[in-house]
Design a protein around this ligand. Structure first.
Ligand SMILES: NC(=O)c1ccc[n+]([C@@H]2O[C@H](COP(=O)([O-])OP(=O)(O)OC[C@H]3O[C@@H](n4cnc5c(N)ncnc54)[C@H](OP(=O)(O)O)[C@@H]3O)[C@@H](O)[C@H]2O)c1
Length: 272
């Protein structure tokens, strides 16, 4: 991208540089700094000369709020011009622990006196691993498959982030709900079956069974995450997580990507 400003990725020491970041980020003018989330001069120095911070915190981590506060404080101390927070759709749904945490982080940012933009995505379409779904024919869920959920394509989120980064003043003090489409898992499986000409079904597990599976695969490693996820699945079973896509449409200047277009794009190489 010709107008791409210099990007400094600030990542944890455990981040895998080879697979986690595109090669372009590892060469000048971009850079990757690996550092523990902590207070102190070394951590603060990483934010020096940074004009815009995009904060993408760990999704279900007991220290998420503390890490985010440290980063907001460091950004403020370094005099950054603008702070973009990747939050979550409708953080006021505080029965969800993940949303409750994001609500407190949003409040801290809003009261930081920094210029800011808050992005509020619902579930990423990319959460459902399409290659694995096509080979097993199954999408495991831990909740009712007839309940609708809001989804967004991460590419659309990236385009919005780019827009904000290139013109932060225009998006100052804004909170944007980034809903691409409300759709149930039943509708996703029937659409995937149709376009892949395979039989794709939901595999409905109890929340405990679903989380036990994630623990076995190593995707969930702490009791905090297990507990948060079980609560989330129970919530999703009753309420889902639906919203309005007008804000995303306005930001993109076009219709947001829908599930079918996303699946066609991602599966094209496998199917034709
Ligand atoms: N996934 C969704 O559907 C969804 C929906 C709405 C909002 N969100 C929010 O969007 C953001 C990104 O979501 P995600 O699913 O990509 O989250 P994620 O997998 O937890 O990754 C978020 C970032 O946190 C970093 N991270 C994880 N553990 C860390 C640690 N112990 N110390 C320092 N950094 C750590 C990750 O780095 P590594 O890659 O190196 O681990 C990554 O850069 C999160 O804030 C999440 O709450 C996600």
């Amino acid at each position: 991208m010709p107008d791409c400003p210099a990007i400094r990725v600030i990542a944890s020491p455990s981040a895998n540089l080879q697979t986690g970041f595109p090669p372009a980020l590892r060469s000048v003018p971009h850079s990757i700094v690996q550092i523990e989330h902590s207070e102190g001069a070394e951590f603060d120095a990483v934010f020096r000369d940074v004009s815009i911070v995009f904060h993408d915190g760990p999704a279900i981590h007991p220290q998420e709020e503390a890490m985010s506060i440290v980063i907001i404080d460091a950004a403020k101390a370094a005099g950054v011009d603008h702070f973009i927070l990747c939050s979550v759709f409708q953080p006021m749904r505080t029965k969800l622990r993940t949303h409750q945490t994001k609500l407190r982080i949003e409040e801290y940012l809003v009261e930081s006196r920094l210029s800011y933009t808050i992005l509020q995505p619902p579930n990423f379409m990319q959460n459902i691993p399409l290659d694995a779904v096509l080979s097993s024919g199954l999408i495991p869920t831990g909740f009712s498959t007839s309940v609708a959920h809001g989804f967004v394509d991460l590419n659309d989120v990236s385009l919005v982030a780019r827009k904000v980064i290139l013109d932060p003043a225009r998006h100052n003090l804004a909170q944007y709900e980034l809903v691409g489409e409300n759709i149930s898992y039943d509708e996703i499986t029937s659409m995937l079956s149709r376009i892949s000409r395979r039989n794709i079904q939901c595999e409905v597990l109890t929340p405990t069974e679903f989380v036990a599976r994630l623990r076995l695969s190593g995707e969930v490693r702490t009791e905090y995450a297990e507990d948060s996820l079980v609560r989330m699945l129970v919530y999703y079973d009753r309420w889902g997580l639906v919203g309005n896509s007008n804000a995303l449409k306005w930001l993109l200047g076009r219709e947001p990507t829908k599930w079918e277009a996303y699946a066609q794009r991602e599966l094209f190489a496998n199917l034709h």
